[in-house]
Design a protein around this ligand. Structure first.
Ligand code: ZN
Length: 927
């Protein structure tokens, strides 16, 4: 677990209590306990059983205490640090008479280290004068430990001359024909190598799309580039396999090259497999890479520092990145990984636990951007046995305690720069074990930009506001959602129900994932944390979230409730599908799945939704107008899917200089320009002239796609954004007619063609990532994704498409879906093999080139298509205009190297138009 976490990010774990020493003066109790811990430290550092037994209370179990000491304290200790982490009153003792201490013990035996968490029950024996250290141990226990820490150093007496050295990993090689090499060893063998000299880095990713990304980065599909130095970490048992004996010839150590090697070593070592133990040790302590794991930090001449990593535990085990610029260049599964996991993966398969329910109770102080809270989470263990739970939680929020109903107070470690909290369990727990954790915290919390399930077009010339236009600052708002980990959460998004309670100063208003509860907002009860800092009237908002949500969002701003109504929907009830049993292996899991499904209203059970519109004061009239539009949109979408996933949806109309929005479950936040200012973002994939309702339509669609139906991993994000975009287009057609719809389709096509060379839709967020062009991401994941859905609809016909859509939605509701699930649903609905369709349009990035000709033969129009490259499935519209101005349209499915189609004509043809609607994402050439 630690190894997985610490592999890539130069991660540094810090005991969470470090630096939180109470600021009050040490009292007598502190001093005597410090003296006691000093005595414990001495007994360990001298490995002296007598000193240890001297610390025991007369009533302690001496045999057990000795056994504990033998087991915990190794021979050959060279340094020990004991730090108190927690102190609570010992049950059954008078105040000040007994304590339960939680201590961290770090023991070094030369270059090896182990860290353990002990519980020590101590008590002051009555009537005895024990001097300055009156404490004696009643009982002791080991709560957790991390073994196998190494303080690595570069071997001072070993230097090698490289002789045609080749160091290989998957799709990767470091070649050093001649040069110097240094090593760092553990008793198990060599775990780090430093290479100096004129070498060559070779990286040849196997997958086609990764070749494409590499080309965007380096201009070539297979990288061969000179390097000057490299730092490599590997598993010591694999050294002999990876480095042939004749490639390294021992030579005398040359102090100048050793110093160069040491500089490379010191720079590379802290970047991976590393723990910083803070007040336990200032040294760099490393873990050994697991077999198969490999990291190379390479200084290249052309591309600065490149990091190659093979991390066998990850679903995409081969990565190449540029650390300094935080650019992922490659990330994919090796052949070996593909054989074990198959072509597709679900991020949920690698999580250790499932969050079932939350109770979030927090207070927010906008003027200080400060949050205090307590979150209770019910979880169920998913892995076979686990001793450490990893949670994502904003690094700036200080965790003061983690408590479990099952085990009591738990030890935890913060991982610096990682928004991670590692919670140690006293003993490993098994699969399906239920736990309830309560996490208490406080700290600064910065607001989040809109990124996921959201639109953020790049504004054009943001600073070019004419001088004479008065600037009005947008009303302040704080959005906390999936990006800033404002509540403790799983490693990946995780469907859970919730109860959320948030207090804010009374002038603010809160919109959150959930349905406002009776009496919300109400006065915040006195005596709670929220009233402790200063006397400001505060309100408590509370929300219930009965339907599972992928992540919870809140937006805090000076808003008012503008309108609210129950919207009647037009859902034709369908039969509830059986719960999905994919991935369940045990009967208990199946029962859990069935129970989980039973707690959620079946698809189509609801025929109304509660719609509310809240807004900043200056947006009131805009918000009032939005109500009817939003109701229309919800009616359309519920009809298309046969369902509305949530009982209530709130539209939050807020102000921002950039257009866009964000849509967690149960609400959609929409940015509007403050008065006078205009949003300027014409040339963007998300800008649709003539369709002002676009953002609202897109964000509301996310309740169905993105929220109710999630995505299995980053590759599948187009299911969320593509459907949101396509549903918005369908609303454009309903609201503004066929021409508006076609304008949108033509824009989809234009962006899809313009940016398809940047990679397949399936690359998700990585599209545009290397060059930092988020426009590319929107062009492909949003617009091409939507265009592909429309082509699919035309390929299989409306009836099959909309039936397949309903089935896909019903099967995927409150789950994560993948492209393959959509393919299967559409194949079942249409009875057609759609393999090639998805291969070409989603997993590949080509654009079909079609040469066409049209001719009138008798009373028929003959249309001929020839595909000039790979064959795609492309439906193309043919519009015929007759001399009497009547028109008719036909659709040709181009799906062979050559397709010829005939259509009956009803008059004299004036003109024939091919692809007038832009629905075919293809380059068309007239023969
Ligand atoms: Zn979106």
């Amino acid at each position: 677990m630690l190894a997985r976490l610490c592999l890539l990010g130069a991660l540094i774990a810090v005991p969470a209590h470090a630096g939180q020493v109470p600021s009050r003066a040490l009292d007598d109790e502190d001093l005597t306990i410090q003296a006691f811990l000093q005595a414990v430290e001495t007994s360990i550092s001298t490995m002296d059983r007598v000193r240890w037994t001297d610390l025991l209370s007369p009533t302690a179990d001496k045999d057990q205490a000795l056994e504990f000491f033998e087991a915990m304290v190794p021979q050959g200790i060279t340094r020990v640090v004991v730090k108190e982490r927690d102190r609570s009153a010992l049950q059954g003792t008078l105040p000040g008479e007994g304590f339960q201490l939680v201590v961290e013990v770090f023991m070094e035996t030369g270059p090896r280290g182990r860290m353990a968490t002990w519980r020590l029950d101590i008590r002051r024996p009555r009537g005895e004068n024990l001097g300055r250290q009156p404490w004696r141990i009643l009982a002791e226990d080991r709560l957790a430990s991390i073994e196998g820490l190494h303080r690595l150093s570069l071997h001072t007496e070993k230097q090698f001359a490289a002789k045609n050295l080749v160091l290989k990993a998957v799709d990767f090689e470091l070649r050093l024909p001649s040069g110097d090499a240094f090593v760092s060893e553990t008793p198990e063998g060599v775990t780090a190598i430093v290479l100096l000299g004129d070498g060559t880095l070779v990286f040849q990713p196997t997958p086609k799309e990764e070749k494409g990304q590499l080309k965007l980065f380096a201009g070539v599909e297979a990288l061969e580039t000179p390097f000057t130095s490299a730092f490599v970490r590997l598993n010591p048992f694999e050294f002999d396999q990876r480095v042939m004996a004749d490639m390294l010839e021992p030579i005398a150590v040359d102090s100048r090259s050793y110093r160069r090697g040491l500089a490379v070593f010191d720079e590379g070592l802290p970047k991976s497999f590393n723990l910083d133990l803070s007040d336990l040790s200032r040294d760099t302590w490393s873990l050994l890479p697991q077999p198969g794991d490999f990291v190379a930090e390479v200084k290249t001449r052309r591309f600065d520092d490149l990091t190659y990593a093979r991390s066998s535990g990850e679903p995409e085990d081969v990565t190449m990145f540029q650390r300094a610029r935080k650019r992922n260049i490659a990330a994919y599964a090796s052949e070996q990984k593909l054989q074990s996991r198959g072509r597709f993966f679900d991020e949920d398969d690698s999580v250790d636990y499932d969050v079932l329910d939350y109770d979030i109770d927090a207070a927010f102080f906008p003027e200080r951007e400060w949050m205090e809270g307590k979150t209770r989470m019910r979880i169920r263990i998913k892995s076979h046995a686990i001793g450490v739970l990893t949670m994502r939680f904003a690094e700036s929020l200080n965790v003061s305690s983690v408590y479990s109903d099952e085990f009591g107070r738990l030890l935890f470690i913060r991982v610096r720069n990682q928004n991670n909290v590692l919670v140690n369990l006293p003993s490993p727990v098994a699969r399906d074990f239920p736990m309830t954790l309560t996490i208490t915290y406080s700290g600064r919390l910065a607001r989040q930009g809109i990124l996921d399930e959201s639109m953020l077009p790049e504004p054009q010339q943001r600073n070019s506001q004419p001088d004479d236009v008065p600037l009005v600052a947008p009303e302040a708002k704080w959005l906390f959602s999936n990006r800033n980990y404002w509540y403790p959460q799983n490693q990946v998004t995780d469907y859970a129900t919730a109860h959320i309670r948030l207090t804010v100063p009374a002038e603010y208003h809160v919109v959150a994932s959930g349905i406002p509860e009776e009496g919300s907002p109400g006065p915040a009860p006195s005596g709670t944390i929220e009233n402790s800092s200063r006397i400001v009237p505060r309100l408590a908002y509370s929300f219930g979230t009965p339907q599972p949500v992928r992540y919870f969002g809140i937006v805090i701003s000076k808003m008012m409730r503008v309108d609210a109504a129950t919207v009647a929907l037009d859902i034709v009830p369908t039969k509830a599908p059986l719960p999905d049993m994919r991935g369940t292996s045990t009967l208990q899991q199946q029962i859990n799945r069935i129970n989980a499904a039973a707690a959620i209203p079946p698809v189509g059970a609801r025929n109304t939704v509660f719609l509310a519109v809240d807004a900043n004061r200056r947006q009131e009239s805009r918000a009032r107008d939005a109500m009817g539009t939003a109701a229309d949109i919800l009616r359309l979408y519920s009809g298309l899917t046969g369902d509305v996933p949530y009982d209530a949806i709130t539209l939050a109309m807020v102000e921002d200089e950039v257009p866009g929005g964000h849509a967690p479950g149960y609400f959609a936040m929409l940015n509007n320009p403050p008065p006078v200012q205009q949003m300027n973002y014409r040339n963007d994939p998300a800008s649709f002239q003539g369709f002002p309702e676009f953002f609202m339509a897109h964000e509301l669609a996310h309740q169905w796609f993105g929220q109710a139906v999630g995505w299995k991993n980053y590759h599948e994000q187009w299911l969320s954004e593509g459907f949101a975009q396509y549903f918005a287009a369908l609303y454009a057609k309903e609201k503004r007619g066929e021409n508006a719809f076609r304008d949108v389709l033509r824009q989809f096509r234009r962006w899809a063609i313009e940016d398809s060379d940047q990679g397949p839709v399936y690359l998700g967020y990585r599209l545009g990532h290397i060059k930092n062009e988020s426009r590319v991401f929107r062009a492909l994941v949003y617009n091409k994704g939507a265009a592909v859905l429309h082509m699919l609809r035309r390929l299989i016909g409306d009836e099959a498409f909309f039936r397949g859509l309903k089935n896909f939605y019903a099967e995927s509701r409150f789950k994560k879906a993948g492209t393959d699930d959509l393919r299967q649903a559409m194949e079942r609905a249409s009875g057609r093999d759609l393999n090639r369709f998805f291969e070409r349009w989603i997993y590949d990035n080509g654009i079909p080139r079609l040469r066409y000709s049209t001719s009138v033969e008798g009373s028929e129009l003959v249309v001929r298509f020839e595909q000039l490259g790979e064959v795609y499935d492309v439906p193309v519209t043919i519009a015929v205009t007759y001399t009497d101005n009547k028109t008719s349209e036909f659709v040709v499915i181009a799906n062979e190297p050559v397709n010829v189609a005939q259509f009956p004509l009803t008059g004299t043809v004036r003109s024939v138009d091919v692809n007038p609607d832009g629905a075919a994402v293809a380059i068309l050439e007239k023969k």
